[in-house]
Design a protein around this ligand. Structure first.
Ligand code: AMP
Length: 515
């Protein structure tokens, strides 16, 4: 008996539509790629990679702008049985030097513009080849691939063999490479395919509006795999632009975004019920969606955003329900229920199980959970419990109905005068105050309390707020030890490309600020 090929590309391509001439990707500039184009392009690139005769497990590191060809490069790397390593386009020389030095990729693909400095770093760390790929289909990767055959067997891989390494955003300390196997990615893609209703739609009837970057788990795996596994067309935007999304939405059925995308859409008058007439699903994740955004979106469009939670190390872990059967609904402010196959538990500092609604550390287990951090066996050991649960680093709770809420990252927890302060709780109270658009709460070093609570507030347009009155209002609503010692006002919160508030930046900025 032959073992089935567990290569993720084998699974994805087994679901491509029978009619390979159908449209697979349509770009905002009006380019069409058929499923046949995708298969032939990925075969050519896979053949180019295979012609390099690289040892199994070799890494292909990629820092390029988003384009259909960049997605083909990812799929070709899978197809060739090599390990894909996407890098954020915002990274500069010092960061690339670290990633390339740490991962020692055999192949590096960058833009022609960055070739000079990237190739120096790559060859210094022993890379075999450096190719270029630009977002206008030019560059040496496609030039070289054109000489190769457009047919290619999918290289056999076992479920536990490595498919990708995703470096965590690393806001504290060095970023770590999460090693994801073909099995991790395939199991999660299949679960989401069923859970989010792709599987119940007639083949080819969904259209995904793809606006996320593809160097991150959200855009590369969750969004792309969803469409590929259901043979659905993607409308491909090179980046998120609220007006372009509004222009394209009437032709789409599924959209995935980070919370900022939803805030920006709501800021556009042209975003209406009519814009969303063909839509069946809006998904949010990668950072917390404010309850206010969730509710405004419902009022404006009649759609209830489905919030889910996951991370580079595990792909998706929890999701609000797709349909409202069995009394389950999408609850704003929660990230829903553990996905089928995922076991999630909450434990206290001593590792004891917490009861319903008790806040603690989230730990998870499941076929989607990664094998460990690349070349960091110590760190890997530290992040797994004796009974095989991964410590997510997130703090949260599970209610009696099984819904999970995230309170924050454990490293963001503030300990002031010996008391635990959960930033999200304080942010929730501040956000309710008149004139407040949003807020972030951080802890800064304090000689007496160890850490002091500091609030950074974004006022609404035209609102005039002062620190003294915010503090005195909060004193009437929450325990004194939770009340910020300082309140600062800013025009906007610093966010990374995935919409996460960079609390490390705020801590640094306001640590030395006068009380
Ligand atoms: P990354 O590995 O870059 O995807 O970051 C993963 C982290 O993002 C998680 O550990 C959470 O802290 C956060 N995150 C992801 N989704 C959500 C969500 N829906 N709500 C709150 N935090 C989230």
């Amino acid at each position: 008996m032959t073992t089935p090929n567990a290569n993720l590309y084998a699974l994805l391509s087994s679901r491509f539509p029978a009619d390979r001439s159908a449209c697979c990707i349509e770009t905002q500039d009006g380019l069409y790629y058929s499923w046949d184009d995708l298969e032939r392009a990925t075969a050519r690139i896979a053949n180019l990679l295979l012609s390099l005769d690289l040892p199994a497990g070799s890494r292909v590191a990629v820092q390029v702008e988003k384009s259909p060809e960049a997605l083909f490069l990812y799929l070709a790397t899978l197809r060739a049985g090599l390990v894909y390593l996407p890098l954020n386009t915002a990274y500069r020389a010092a960061e690339i030097e670290y990633f390339v030095g740490n991962a020692e990729p055999a192949v590096v693909v960058c833009t022609a513009q960055n070739f000079g400095w990237v190739s120096k770093i790559a060859f210094k760390s022993g890379a075999h080849s450096v190719f270029t790929l630009n977002d206008d289909r030019s560059g040496t990767l496609l030039e070289r691939a054109a000489a190769h055959s457009d047919a290619c067997e999918i290289v056999p891989r076992a479920a536990d063999e490595l498919a990708a390494i995703l470096y965590t955003s690393g806001t504290t300390g060095r970023s770590k490479g999460a090693m994801l196997s073909h099995g991790n990615l395939a199991s999660n893609a299949q679960v989401l395919h069923d859970y989010w209703g792709w599987s119940r739609r007639p083949p080819g009837s969904d259209v995904l509006l793809h606006a996320l970057p593809i160097f991150h788990v959200h855009g590369l795996f969750v969004a792309s795999h969803g469409a590929l596994l259901s043979g659905s067309k993607m409308i491909w935007l090179s980046k998120f632009d609220a007006r372009e999304v509004i222009r394209q939405l009437p032709r789409a059925t599924v959209f995935m975004g980070v919370p900022t995308y939803y805030v920006r859409l709501l800021a556009e008058d042209g975003f209406t019920r009519e814009t969303c007439r063909a839509m069946r699903l809006f998904i949010s994740g990668s950072a917390p969606l404010l309850k206010e955004t969730f509710e405004s979106f419902q009022q404006r469009t009649g759609h209830t955003i489905l919030e889910r939670y996951g991370m580079s190390e595990t792909v998706m872990l929890t999701s609000n329900p797709y349909d409202g059967d069995a009394g389950s609904v999408r609850r704003g402010g929660t990230v829903g229920l553990p996905l089928p196959g995922v076991t999630l538990r909450v434990v206290d500092d001593a590792g004891r199980l917490c009861g319903p609604d008790e806040i603690g550390h989230l730990q998870v287990k499941g076929p989607n959970v990664f094998a460990g951090y690349w070349r960091m066996p110590e760190k890997t050991r530290e992040e797994f419990t004796g009974d095989g649960f991964f410590k997510t680093g997130d703090v949260g709770k599970v209610d009696r109905g099984g819904y999970v809420s995230i309170v924050g990252r454990s490293k963001d927890l503030i300990i002031s005068g010996g008391f635990n302060v959960y930033p999200k709780e304080i942010e929730g109270v501040i956000d309710e105050l008149p004139g407040v658009s949003e807020s972030a709460v951080v802890g800064v070093p304090h000689p007496d309390f160890g850490e002091a609570v500091v609030a950074v507030v974004v006022p609404r347009d035209g609102a005039s707020l002062d620190a003294g009155s915010v503090i005195s209002t909060l004193k009437g609503r929450i325990a004194n030890f939770k009340v910020p010692k300082q309140v600062h006002f800013v025009a906007e919160l610093p966010r990374n490309t995935m919409g996460k508030v960079q609390k490390n930046v705020l801590r640094e900025r306001f640590s030395a600020a006068p009380a």
